[in-house]
Design a protein around this ligand. Structure first.
Ligand code: CDP
Ligand code: MG
Length: 727
């Protein structure tokens, strides 16, 4: 089935080669100038590494030439030669992310070669950077492009994501997260290592991309030689154009979309996961050939759904053919992520269960059926209480349209919307709000300050954040001591911005030498920066689940989850980082290795900032006390108090009711807890919590725990007594 479809696709989409070889060979190109893709068909050597081209290169080149952007190559490059900024809109899968950076690189290289042939120094400075909001996309696309260019990933083509830099001195094309480019700008404000920047997935409107817009607008004025391409899958393109004063040309690349039939449910669904599973199984039973893409909201939901779909299909026995079920989410190890692009083994139907990653960031070929329950997990922020959390929320109309589009890339398809047509019309917002209006801007402000942006309030935002959000972020940096009364970055603030951590965690790390426990806080910070280190056996496997709980209990520290993480890290090192030890103890080996790697990186920054590495003697009574105090010294704004009268926790200062997350190792309810994050699902949970003492609050953060600012509550009365006793 799959094979037949593919053959059809190749025939229908092959464009005669003559039409494509349009790039005008530039005259007077120096001997050092590289040859490029379409000229290279005749060349044996790859200009990027001097090696002969592989068979694979030519095979992929033929595929690439069928992508819609290839037919606009000259138009795009011509517009970019004549203008500094270009806005490019194209359907998902039209080849924007993989092809455009290569086109731009080719153009920039020729320009440099023409002006200064053979000048290697200049060649080094012509790097093209392409930003991605998602780490997964940066990794997976760079791998694909390295293959397309027939080079090794990490050499000529690289990627950079937080805590992982796979680029090097030879890199000419780098895919990096928008957050990483922002960080690079703090060290290199004019982005001198780049000749061109491509802001990809601009419609996602992440905070980092939005700030980059403002930053690049300034940089472009100082660097007339720098080119900027803004790429987007949807609508908003005119808005981007307007942002650059209407001077940037807009090119639309029409997609190759086939018709997609949309089917709505007659009633709204009570349990969207269950209903999604049933729909997928139904499609597999009744519909013709073609792969299925189901959108769900997160790792656990996806893993559960994959198992249930497999089970239901298994139950049908010989009535239906087999299916290959593939999960896709950001914390999946890269090798498994890559599986989604491979054809399913045998002639089976591929069923991909994915987060929003598959909406526009990654294109999966061969999808004919899309199942869209209409939900996404996204960041929400309530500036009144200062809490940022991930919540499952309805998608926008624009998202629904994008999801639908995934079904019509290679053939006519069907999109099953698990909501009513009325709900689509009435309930869904037309666009998702940009992230900047629903985020805690603490980290961003620290970066912006470091970039030399003095006035954070009047910055040229594409959409300005709410005044309350601005206020909250400034207040937070002030309380942390990162900013002074006049809004200037303090010395502490500058050190904080060196760390790729949120400001609270960075602060805890920086002050940890004062509490004589920087070695330990460093390990905890590293553990907090990687995905969950516990392996959770699936729901159905009761025995393994019990064994996992037992293993987990062995690491549990009675005073809290931060200390439990430390125990695990220590145990991992004591057991020589042994994978089989991890397996036996239900610990995720990959997560531990990556925590270890993060720890080394953070240690290097600490040493650069002359921060002392030290530990309290393990036998000392103060060993854990010091660690808990240091955590509090950074996270004193994330504290909850147990109300005797009601038996529930309220966050301090904002009086929000919260619950200890079920994953906590705390087996008692301490009067005061410090927590790492707040997650909202059916209720508000505080996750990664540690027992602290009320006295420490008034000792460590008296400026924040000023009684005048406090709402009336039990915590206030307790704190008042503590203050009185202190005097
Ligand atoms: O960015 P845009 O959505 O316009 O398209 P793209 O990501 O450049 O994808 C173009 C083509 O490359 C699609 O047909 C993908 O299937 C293919 N591709 C791939 O085979 N492997 C990847 N890791 C990424 C893209
Ligand atoms: Mg793309």
């Amino acid at each position: 089935m799959a094979i037949e479809r593919k053959r059809k696709l190749d025939v229908s989409s092959t464009v005669p080669a003559g039409k494509l070889a349009k790039v005008a060979p530039t005259p007077n190109v120096g001997a050092a100038s590289p040859m490029f893709a379409d000229q290279a068909s005749g060349s044996i050597f790859n200009p990027w590494n001097g090696k002969p081209y592989s068979q694979n290169f030519h095979r992929i080149l033929d595929q690439r030439k069928t992508l819609p952007v290839w037919q606009h190559k000259e138009e795009i490059l011509d517009a970019l030669r004549k203008n500094q900024v270009l806005v490019l809109v194209g359907e998902t899968g039209s080849g924007k992310t993989t092809q455009i950076p290569q086109f731009v690189l080719e153009m920039m290289t020729m320009t440099v070669a023409e002006t200064t042939p053979g000048d290697d120094k200049r060649r080094k400075k012509m790097m093209v950077g392409c930003t991605q909001p998602r780490r997964v996309a940066a990794m997976s696309v760079s791998q694909r492009v390295a293959e397309e260019m027939d080079v090794t990933l990490g050499e000529e083509v690289g990627y950079t994501i937080r805590f992982e830099d796979k680029s090097g001195p030879k890199t000419v094309l780098n895919y990096l997260t928008d957050g990483m480019l922002l960080r690079e700008a703090t060290a290199d404000p004019l982005l001198r290592s780049y000749s061109a920047i491509i802001l990809d997935e601009a419609h996602e409107r992440t905070v980092a991309t939005d700030i980059l817009f403002g930053l690049l607008k300034r940089v472009l004025r100082s660097r007339p030689d720098l080119k900027l391409v803004v790429m987007s899958a949807t609508l908003e393109a005119e808005k981007f154009q307007g942002y650059f004063g209407g001077k940037a040309p807009l090119i639309k690349v029409p997609g190759r979309l086939h018709d997609v039939e949309v089917l709505y449910t007659e009633e709204s669904q009570r349990d969207y996961v269950e209903s999604a599973i049933q729909t997928v199984v139904q499609v597999h039973m009744c519909e013709g050939p073609g792969d299925v893409l189901l959108f769900l909201t997160g790792e656990e939901e996806i893993e559960d759904a994959c198992r249930n779909i497999a089970k239901e299909i298994g139950n049908l026995g010989g009535q239906v053919g087999p299916a290959t079920i593939i999960p896709l989410y950001s914390t999946l190890p890269p090798a498994l992520q890559q599986k989604v692009f491979e054809p399913a083994p045998g002639r089976t139907r591929k069923i991909v269960v994915s987060t929003n990653i598959a909406e526009t960031s990654l294109t999966i070929d061969g999808i004919v059926y899309v199942v869209d329950p209409g939900f996404v997990k996204r960041k929400v922020y309530d500036p009144r209480v200062g809490a940022e959390s991930l919540q499952v929320t309805p998608i926008s109309k624009a998202s629904a349209e994008q999801r639908k589009g995934r079904a019509g890339r290679t053939a006519p398809g069907k999109c099953y919307r698990l909501y009513t047509e009325k709900s689509f019309d009435k309930d869904l917002q037309s666009q998702t709000d940009p992230e900047i209006v629903r985020s805690n801007l603490g980290t961003t402000f620290l970066t912006m300050k470091k970039l030399g942006i003095d006035d954070l309030v009047h910055f040229d935002y594409m959409d300005p954040p709410a005044p309350k959000t601005l206020e909250r972020a400034l207040e937070m940096l002030y309380y942390l001591g990162a900013m002074d009364d006049e809004g200037n970055l303090t010395k502490l603030g500058r050190i904080m911005s060196e760390f790729p951590l949120d400001p609270q965690t960075a602060k805890a790390l920086i002050v940890s030498p004062e509490f004589n426990c920087s070695n330990e806080i460093l390990s905890i910070c590293a553990m907090l920066s990687v995905p969950n280190c516990f392996v959770r056996p699936p729901k159905g496997e009761a025995r393994r689940k019990a064994a996992a709980d037992e293993a987990r209990a062995r690491f549990a520290h009675i005073e809290g989850d931060h200390l439990t993480l430390l125990n695990i890290y220590h145990a991992f090192k004591l057991n020589n980082e042994d994978p089989s030890w991890c397996h036996e103890n239900f610990i995720n080996y990959k997560a531990m290795k990556s925590a270890d790697n993060v720890r080394q990186q953070l240690a290097r920054i600490m040493s650069r900032c002359s921060l002392r590495m030290c530990s309290t003697e393990f036998g000392s009574r103060d060993y854990y006390v010091n660690i808990r105090k240091a955590i509090l010294a950074g996270c004193f704004m994330q504290v909850a108090h147990l109300e005797r009268s009601t038996g529930r926790y309220l966050t301090v200062r904002d009086n929000q009711a919260v619950h200890l997350h079920p994953s906590t190792c705390l087996d008692h309810n301490p009067q005061w807890v410090v927590y790492n994050e707040c997650v909202v699902t059916s209720r508000s949970f505080i996750r990664t919590t540690t027992d602290i003492r009320g006295e420490w609050l008034v000792d460590i953060a008296p400026h924040f725990y000023e009684m005048e600012n406090f709402p009336e509550c039990e915590a206030k009365r307790v704190l008042k007594t503590l203050y009185k006793n202190r005097r």
